[in-house]
Design a protein around this ligand. Structure first.
Ligand SMILES: [Zn+2]
Length: 302
């Protein structure tokens, strides 16, 4: 298994550091952090899809003008999952599965760029997205982004827990290393995705938090703009904050050793991109060393 960290969308809302806690100018910088997983036997798996090619070419046919302008979405074909897949020498057909943390417009936009993929989502999320009840729900859930999906797989939590969290294991057709971790609050069926990688557990906590200091400090530190946006978008704000507390506890549990990231913090994304590049380099060096040992016969195992 190999994990790539992709950015599938940039948003530059007004507010600068009041939104992202870091920018020095008038606008903030938000990413759409997705995973592309090369599995050993089950092809490519995407975890979230950010914005897709059709969002880039026809944004107003697909997205709510409210969010296009509020989030100042920067539509660029290079910031799509399809570009990330093809830039690594694969084709859209190689993506066999998409695991979606939730069906918001900034996570589901690339789904239809991969028509051969089965889409995995919590059942509560698909029901809420199809109902679209209320002002925010009508604008966050955009059926244009997923009404052509041929194969849905929906789930509810159950079975063995994962570090104390409810979990969905054995996703249909996926390797056992990929789990969904329900973290409702932001939406009714919002879930994280945990991946047991060769370098340890990763948890994509999606929109459970927006800025890394909400979970990497002992107490939540969140700039006011990000705080207000999370309150506006939460279907159940108390539940959202409760699950954020649990993710913070996990982040500080050194024994667990889980590397956690959210969808929209670009600093987390860049750190993980650097880390996976250096892991790949050291793995390649390890392989070369192994081959050399094999050639000398010192550790030949056949
Ligand atoms: Zn989001």
């Amino acid at each position: 298994m190999r994990v790539h960290h992709l950015n599938c969308g940039c948003m530059c809302p007004l507010g600068g550091a009041l939104m992202d806690g870091a920018s020095s100018g008038p606008t903030a910088r938000l990413a759409c952090h997705c995973l592309l997983i090369e599995t050993d036997r089950d092809g490519l798996v995407l975890v979230d899809t950010g914005f897709g090619m059709r969002d880039v070419t026809e944004p107003y046919a697909r997205l709510s003008p409210l969010f296009i302008h509020l989030n100042r979405i920067q539509f660029d074909p290079r910031d799509t999952a399809l570009h990330g897949v093809e830039a690594r020498g694969f084709s859209r057909r190689d993506v066999r599965h998409i695991v979606i943390t939730h069906l918001d417009f900034d996570h589901a936009g690339g789904i239809e760029d991969f028509p051969h993929a089965t889409v995995h989502v919590m059942g509560d999320e698909l029901r809420a997205a199809r109902r679209r009840e209320g002002f925010i729900a009508k604008r966050r859930y955009r059926p244009e982004q997923w009404d052509e999906v041929m194969e849905w797989r929906t789930y509810r939590a159950g079975g063995e827990r994962w570090f104390g969290f409810e979990a969905v294991r054995d996703l249909d057709g996926l390797p056992p290393e990929i789990l969904m971790i329900p973290l409702p609050g932001h939406t009714w069926g919002h879930a994280g995705v945990a991946v047991d990688t060769p370098d340890g557990w990763l948890l994509n906590a999606a929109d459970t938090y927006f800025v890394r200091h909400e979970v990497d400090r002992p107490e939540r530190e969140c700039p006011p703009g990000a705080r207000a946006y999370q309150r506006m978008m939460a279907m159940d704000h108390e539940l959202h904050l409760h699950n954020q507390d649990r993710v913070r506890d996990l982040a500080h549990d050194e024994g667990a050793g889980v590397r956690i990231f959210c969808s929209h913090d670009p600093i987390e994304l860049e750190a993980l991109q650097r880390l996976s590049a250096s892991d790949a380099r050291s793995r390649n060096a390890g392989t070369r060393a192994g081959q050399w040992r094999g050639e000398t016969g010192a550790h030949a195992t056949g």
